[in-house]
Design a protein around this ligand. Structure first.
Ligand code: 1GP
Length: 245
């Protein structure tokens, strides 16, 4: 079980994951990415995005043939369900007040999910303002929580945990100017007891260090992994070194 594995790993170390947006990859780049993932520090791969015009299922299927890592769906909408994935982050956008992203899409997806053998991981998804409008903000038609409203974010995260979510996801949005700040991560971690994922706008080793130090359990990077850049390779090396310490 994916969630149980995550909890077990978190007893001894932090986790690192990548987000694959199907629109940003073709067969060749998936092959390249998969080559990097095997025998690396990456713990799992998320697949999805706010607006995906290609097929999530095809991308998951292609990845499955190339990597042994677990594939978790990170759906921006109900079209992004694939029976070939290992699990789905059943995201409820609890920072927003758009009922479609709080429960509407979930009602539509539930009968489909019931029929396929996908582990469901209920996840409280919390969008934080980052300095620019991101796709998730625009497409979800929700307001992110201002970056300086730490109390509000903590209360939102606590409510997410109390509602029974199994993980918290602090999201600055893909291509965020600023990742979620350390003070916010620290306070959320201090006041909640479920795994804390942080993503959006992370591309340097210093950001990774700060975000882990502040209390994130899992870091997710997307854009930096897209072009197989040196930046990405050095992030992987950096996380590897951190784990040796
Ligand atoms: C995953 O949205 C992020 O939480 C991905 O963001 O593309 O900025 O890494 P980046």
């Amino acid at each position: 079980m994916i969630y149980a594995d995550i909890l077990t790993k978190l007893k001894t170390r932090k986790l690192f994951a990548i987000l694959v947006d199907p629109d940003k990859h073709d067969e060749e780049s998936l092959q390249q990415l998969a080559g990097l993932t095997n025998d690396s520090v990456i713990d799992f791969i998320l697949v999805g995005g706010s607006l995906v015009s290609g097929s999530v299922d095809e991308t998951v299927y292609a990845l499955k043939g190339k990597t042994n890592l677990p594939i978790l769906l990170f759906p921006g909408n109900v079209l992004q369900i694939s029976p070939h994935a290992d699990a789905i982050l059943f995201l409820s956008l609890i920072s927003g007040r758009n009922p479609e992203f709080l429960i509407g899409n979930h009602v539509i997806a539930a009968p489909v999910l019931k029929k396929i053998n996908l582990e469901i991981i209920p996840t409280a998804y919390i969008l934080i303002e980052n300095g620019r409008t991101t796709a998730v903000e625009y497409v979800s038609n929700t307001k992110p929580i201002p970056a300086d409203k730490i109390d509000l974010t903590v209360a939102t995260a606590m409510a997410g945990e109390m509602l029974g979510h199994k993980m918290l996801y602090l999201e600055a949005g893909s291509g965020a100017l600023n990742p979620v700040n350390s003070d916010m991560i620290r306070e959320v971690k201090k006041n909640t007891g479920i795994p804390l994922i942080v993503g959006g706008g992370i591309h340097t080793t210093e950001q990774v260090r700060q975000i882990y130090d502040a209390g994130a359990d899992i870091i997710v990077v997307g854009s930096v992994a897209e072009d197989n850049t040196e930046e990405f390779t050095s992030l992987l090396e950096f996380v590897k070194d951190l784990r040796k310490q």
